[in-house]
Design a protein around this ligand. Structure first.
Ligand code: ADP
Ligand code: C5P
Ligand code: MG
Length: 231
């Protein structure tokens, strides 16, 4: 049986986060069935991390669902984790809610610790981290707290008009899917997300995907990226 060994730190630590080693990001160890005192050296699993970027309504969540179905990744949506915090009436819920209403970015410490907790509680070793990093600060906090860089970065490139249309039709009762908040989210996207995309465009990790077309058309462009990984 597999079990987790990494302990979870509090959601927001007052102390400066320490840089975790690669080893600290190895979430699973083999638990010996044997009652002997000799415990075999645990095999180490380094998670495969995909960041999924794109503006509001660009189709990140929709494409993630298809990647999960075909390639067995675990989908971690930063926005969903934040909304779950609000719904659970956590200590940070009201601050997160007002930040989301304003279309602004929640402090990275909060978001990264939620992502970390989710990764640690998963038995999978392949993750899609959707809607993250939303800023250079998000990106740096992940590197510092998790001690890892992504293996692959997807960027769903979608014109503003199309994103606005999709968000206004989303119909999931989200407090931020209204025209005023969408405008703010698009401004934040321009100001804070682009530097992250530019950062990864200097690496070979970034896959820019034209996000206009049907869901299936777009997935045809996504599939080869993941199919190539299993070769
Ligand atoms: P994001 O996670 O990037 O905000 P979603 O995946 O939630 O975007 O998609 C936003 C809305 O647009 C949803 O209602 C979804 O069903 C719809 N949608 C997603 N992809 C497409 C597409 N290729 N064409 C038209 N509508 C789409
Ligand atoms: O990705 P999603 O559209 O679900 O994000 C909704 C909101 O959650 C964002 O507009 C932002 O306010 C917040 N968020 C954040 N930091 C992230 C992801 C989402 O603050 N990394
Ligand atoms: Mg989404």
């Amino acid at each position: 049986m597999w079990r987790r060994v990494a302990s979870l730190s509090p959601l927001v630590s007052r102390s400066k986060p320490s840089k975790l080693s690669q080893e600290a990001c190895t979430f699973k160890v083999w638990e010996s069935f044997s009652s002997e005192s000799h415990i075999p050296t645990p095999p180490k699993v380094t998670p495969f991390i995909t960041f999924v970027l794109g503006g509001p309504g660009s189709g990140k969540g929709t494409q993630c669902a298809k990647i999960v179905e075909e390639f067995g990744f675990t989908h971690i949506s930063a926005g969903d984790l934040l909304r779950r915090e609000i719904a659970s009436n956590s200590a940070y819920g009201s601050v997160i809610l007002s930040t989301i209403r304003e279309g602004k970015i929640v402090p990275s410490q909060v978001t990264v610790q939620l992502i970390r907790k989710e990764m640690e509680s998963s038995d999978n070793d392949k993750f899609l981290i959707d809607g993250f990093p939303r800023s250079e600060e998000n990106r740096e906090a992940f590197e510092q707290i998790i001690g890892r860089e992504p293996n692959v970065v997807l960027f769903f490139d979608c014109p503003e008009q199309e994103m606005v249309k999709r968000v206004l039709n989303r119909n999931q009762g989200r407090v931020d899917d209204n025209i005023d908040t969408i405008k703010k989210r698009l401004e934040i996207f321009d100001e804070l997300n682009w530097p992250v995309i530019n950062h990864y465009s200097k690496t070979r990790k970034l896959h820019k995907i034209n996000a206009v077309g049907t869901v299936d058309d777009i997935f045809e462009k996504v599939r080869p990226i993941f199919a190539a990984l299993s070769k």
